[in-house]
Write a protein of this length. Structure first.
Length: 273
């Protein structure tokens, strides 16, 4: 029966904390490193729904992609949303560990899991930490055979978990797609890099109106855009991280990938006409 510290060691060998951005908050949020762990829940968001799921499963550890306490706090009173979760976790004897931008940049990391889910073969980072390196944000990838953009957008929708907003595409439905850039999470700051890489399409989340419009109106060939929700783009990573623990502690730890959709958008309306 491994201790929490042993599971953290496995995670940090694959997602080194020193890959995290300087503004990020990764690592152990609460929990005793010496306590034994037999069941782990992997999720994108440490929120009420996933904490409840961990309670139902009897998981002693939640491994989340997003930090619970990203910005500096001076206290965690139980009558606040995040403070209440911290108290609930501690009272239940549950630990919380977060791997955020270190998991984004790791090799393999969040965008590798996204590319794999889409049936792409990864060629390297979209924004490498150093020339020729394997770590960095996003991934450049390709399809085995080109397909029309309309079919590619459907491929993305079929591969990722369903969300109310769904999947949106911007581009000629008949345009052939072979080379693709992907970036799990908010990626419109990498639009220029995707264009410079000369890819046919860019898949990411949280695309904003003005950056997307300016990108599409730019001179020269520009990648078609596929917009997904933040949660859906990062959810495949949960399976990747879960497999690490399964391989390291086979027979001693049971890992679960969260099935709770924690995307904040829950209602979609269309005109009645």
């Amino acid at each position: 029966m491994p201790a929490l510290a042993e599971i953290i060691d496995v995670l940090e060998r694959s997602y080194p904390p020193d890959l995290a951005e300087s503004w990020d908050a990764v690592g152990l949020v609460c929990g005793d490193p010496a306590e034994p762990v037999t069941r782990v829940l992997f999720c994108v968001d440490p929120v009420e729904e996933t904490v409840a799921e961990a309670e139902e499963l009897g998981a002693q550890l939640i491994v989340a992609h997003h930090p619970l306490l990203l910005r500096g706090v001076h206290g965690v009173p139980a009558d606040t949303a995040k403070g209440g979760l911290v108290h609930r976790l501690i009272r239940g004897g549950r630990a919380l560990y977060c791997a955020h931008t270190n998991a984004d940049s790791a090799d393999p990391g969040v965008s590798d899991a996204l590319a794999q889910a889409l049936g792409l073969e990864v060629d390297g980072p979209l924004d490498p930490h150093e020339p020729g390196g394997r770590t960095g944000v996003g991934r450049l990838a390709h399809l085995a055979e080109p397909e029309p953009f309309g079919a590619f957008v459907q491929r993305v929708a079929d591969a990722l978990p369903a969300t109310v907003p769904g999947v949106l595409g911007a581009g000629d439905p008949e345009r052939p797609i072979r080379t693709v850039a992907v970036s799990g999470g908010a990626g419109d700051s990498y639009l220029a890099r995707a264009k410079a890489a000369g890819v046919d399409a860019f898949v990411t989340a949280d695309l904003r109106h003005h950056p997307a419009g300016e990108h599409l109106a730019g001179t020269g060939p520009v990648p078609a855009l596929v917009g997904v929700t933040h949660w859906a783009s990062e959810w495949p990573w949960c399976g990747q991280a879960s497999a690490l623990v399964d391989a390291a502690f086979a027979g001693n730890v049971v890992s679960h990938v969260s099935t709770r959709c924690t995307d904040p958008w829950t209602v979609r309306a269309t005109p009645a006409r």
